[in-house]
Write a new protein. Structure first.
Length: 288
């Protein structure tokens, strides 16, 4: 069965279909046709074969009708069976839509990415190759504004570089991803915040806990500037309320009142406790 990490990565691409296109164009330099729409399609790629072929995600790039198909596969380990199923995915979708089809394989490990990049011999000198993204190829999103414009790419960047030897850089990538995630709807926000924290090293977690980088970088984003323009205190109240709700769920009117009544110093103290607090109460008040 698919693992939690596998499903989480698939969610990133399902929530933002444009993410796959961006990686193909900007990172792998794969040309794509002009189009007006990108949408998620049925992932069942079986035609007449008795074996069912089901990809992780299928996208249609269209101008009224599909002009290019894109199959996204998340691969966490080496699986020799994929040398048979991946070409079948592409061939079946190409026959169904009568247009070019590309397979993008997203790997959480560089060794798996190296394996997935190897051409597959189909027979009679015919070869099949996938487009492959491993951690090394994922862009490093270090700027809060860039992260807010594409939160899924920011989270993918934090997952890819969370164990980087440069701890300060990895912490900054994680911080801007957290800041971008905090401004999303509750479901995505909670998922993405968890993904970031579960993907980074202990050293990065320590830096985040000690410095609260998300708050420093968040003030550079359009969201924070909107509130800061109304006053520094109101900006912090709005930002901390949003992050607390993303972390612990819906806030009561009483809790919102406590936050709204807080001073700059008290709000900063809540910010310092937020990442390490196990409960909402721990985040709001220091341990006695």
């Amino acid at each position: 069965m698919p693992s939690q990490q596998h499903e989480a990565l698939v969610h990133l691409f399902r929530n933002s279909p444009q993410l796959a296109l961006k990686l193909l164009r900007s990172t792998l330099d794969v040309p794509l046709p002009a189009h007006t729409d990108v949408k998620i399609e049925c992932a069942n790629l079986t035609e007449l074969q008795p074996t069912e072929y089901r990809a992780d995600l299928v996208l249609s790039i269209s101008n009224g009708k599909p002009v290019h198909g894109l199959i996204v596969e998340v691969q966490l380990g080496i699986d020799p069976r994929k040398s048979f199923t991946w070409p079948a995915y592409v061939a079946n979708l190409r026959a169904r839509w009568r247009c070019p089809v590309c397979l993008l394989v997203v790997c959480a490990d560089d060794a798996v990415a190296d394996w997935a990049s190897r051409p597959i011999l189909l027979g009679c000198d015919n070869m099949f190759s996938a487009q492959v993204i491993g951690p090394t190829e994922v862009p490093e999103i270090l700027d809060a504004v860039d992260a807010e414009m594409d939160p899924e790419l920011a989270v993918l960047s934090a997952m890819a570089h969370g164990h980087d030897a440069d701890v300060a850089k990895a912490a900054r990538i994680a911080a801007v991803a957290q800041g971008a995630s905090a401004g999303l709807d509750d479901e995505r926000s909670r998922l993405y915040l968890d993904l970031v924290m579960n993907s980074v090293s202990e050293a990065v977690r320590e830096v985040l806990a000690n410095t609260m980088l998300p708050f420093k970088y968040e003030y550079q984003s359009a969201f924070a500037k909107h509130y800061v323009a109304e006053g520094l205190t109101q900006g912090r109240i709005a930002l901390i309320t949003r992050l607390l709700a993303a972390r612990f769920g819906s806030l009561s009117d009483e809790v919102r009142g406590v936050i709204a009544a807080g001073s700059i110093e008290e709000l900063d103290a809540i910010a310092d406790r937020l990442l390490t607090a196990a409960t909402l109460q721990e985040a709001l008040a220091p341990k006695s």
